[in-house]
Design a protein around this ligand. Sequence first.
Ligand code: SF4
Length: 168
Amino acid sequence: MNYSGIKYSDMINGKGIRVSLFVSGCTHRCKGCFNKDTWEADYGKPFTQKEEDEIFLYFEKYGKTVRGLSLLGGDPTYHMNVEPLTELLQKFKKRFPDKDVWMWSGFTWEQLQEDPKRLALISLCDVLVDGRFVLEQKDLNQKWKGSRNQRVIDVQKSILDGKIVEYV
Ligand code: SF4
């Protein structure tokens, strides 16, 4: 898995102060995409043990103020990212159980349910912003999403209720 950047002390992508990891690879090709470079899976640098250690160390050092980890892209649910991110989140959740995980996917919640591997990945998240960016529905006044079709989903409540519960 490649990544294009890691943003420490990010206050834009999710609630509170966060660490945001931008992974490469996306098949959605949304019109007006703000990050076209990241469509290619080989864009950026390989995400290695070094990067993982740096992220984990950051949470150890600044855990009192940092609220959680955000995964963006590209698309974290791009097929080549699913396995490495599942492994990363399993370790992250074990080590930092009080931190939350937010993820942005170009697939809808319904589409993600159809793929067991993707479902396993999003099950490790607390919040999912789902769906493609639709230029015609662009609305920058909405929090954490770029277009009105997207939803900010409370993942754990949605799994429990068996229907989408929006995050508030
Ligand atoms: S899902 Fe995101 S990264 Fe992928 S094309 Fe759409 S806006 Fe761009």
